[in-house]
Design a protein around this ligand. Sequence first.
Ligand code: FAD
Length: 430
Amino acid sequence: MTGVPLPGASPPEQTAVDVVVIGAGLAGLAAATELEAAGCRVQVVEALGRVGGRTASHHRYGQALDAGGGYLGVRHVRVRELAGRFGLALTPTAAPGANLFDLGAGPVRSDAHRPAFNALAVGDALDRLDELAAGVPPADPGTAPDATELDRLTVAAWARREFPHPDARLLIDLLVRQMLAADPAEVGMLHLLFYLASGGGVHYLTAFAGGAQQDRFAGGAHQLAERMAAALARPVRLGSPVTDLHAEQPAPGGTRPATGSIRVVGPQLSVRCARVVVAVPPGPTARIRLRLPGVRRPPGPARTRGATVKLHVIYDRPFWADHGLSGWVTAGAGPLRYVVDDSAGRDGLGVLVGFVTGPDARAYGRLPGAARRTAVLDRLVTWFGPAARRPLALLERDWQVEPTVEGCYAAVPEPGWWTGVGPPWQVPGR
Ligand SMILES: Cc1cc2nc3c(=O)[nH]c(=O)nc-3n(C[C@H](O)[C@H](O)[C@H](O)COP(=O)(O)OP(=O)(O)OC[C@H]3O[C@@H](n4cnc5c(N)ncnc54)[C@H](O)[C@@H]3O)c2cc1C
């Protein structure tokens, strides 16, 4: 990105509002909606040519399929409230039938969503995680007891130290790859605890009925952002990446600018405002150049992990239901580690959603297209039989290559980040 106008670009528009919101994902649009309701003049600016950020849909066979975020549970209180306000219906995720676990010795059927591990070892591991997470304040994880030590340790190292039973360690490995889309050897323990504390604990976050994956939007999650954007007084400025934020300078010989005036600048953009809401992930935030008195950029890298390729494999019908299967799979090896059935019902198309995460996603992203397809279909044939070899379509969304995201499902900072580096911008004394 650069602050210099692109050759041939239209000259930056000069406007003034009370608040500029950077980023038209759900967070930015929700902030803009509330600010407008409070009487502010708000301009949302968005780098991409669409709203929604990490919510987006494929449109195929008359259906919208969530290529990004899609599932929500009872603790998604604000999203559910917005869904209701903007007239969107939810539909349950769980499909009837047996789930499959393929942890090395071939697929095993189960009615549960957790493998048949040693109950004592696994119960102990989950309780320990929730117990430790309860001591981590989501707004300031660095103040948790033993924060420095927990931040230094990777989750893999912590699990090795704490749990002699291999089932406990394998469960934690599966959970981290599923929840954070990262390898436990690259995630700091404090970050995992922060995530659990923010999201409602490990039991809730990994559950379907009653948990974080209970529902999805009927007709696609992208609709929420589109409806929120359409209801704003000022249209979202699309295709307008912000590159610089600086305190307004008086023109030579001119009067001083109003107190608190900030200029939000990009190749197609120049907006003056009193306040800015930055609703952008940490990686892209760290690339915005900043000249605001009292705000400093911490030293050190802002490298974040978390990598996901989300797949939709579409069949003419959900044939796995004929064998009493739910379409839900957890696997101990990549590329496909998790599969969920997102079919609209049992009478229409069959839609299996697959997740390739962490190091698997990085390796998968480097494969040629034909090799990726074979790798995915081979796994599905192992689990669902030869009919899985012939889908109507296989759709991929590789979130690793989105320059305005950097880390998905969410940014996962490296060990030591919370206590050593911290968020991209800091106001000393706060
Ligand atoms: C594959 C996948 C599956 C997921 N599944 C789930 C799920 O099931 N349940 C769940 O709760 N969450 C899920 N998530 C996470 C969820 O989608 C995100 O947490 C949420 O959408 C983030 O919203 P946001 O507004 O904070 O950020 P984003 O949606 O990332 O919005 C930020 C916006 O800022 C824009 N931007 C970035 N830089 C600039 C700049 N310099 N100038 C202007 N604009 C900029 C971006 O283009 C983007 O539109 C998933 C995410 C992915 C990728």
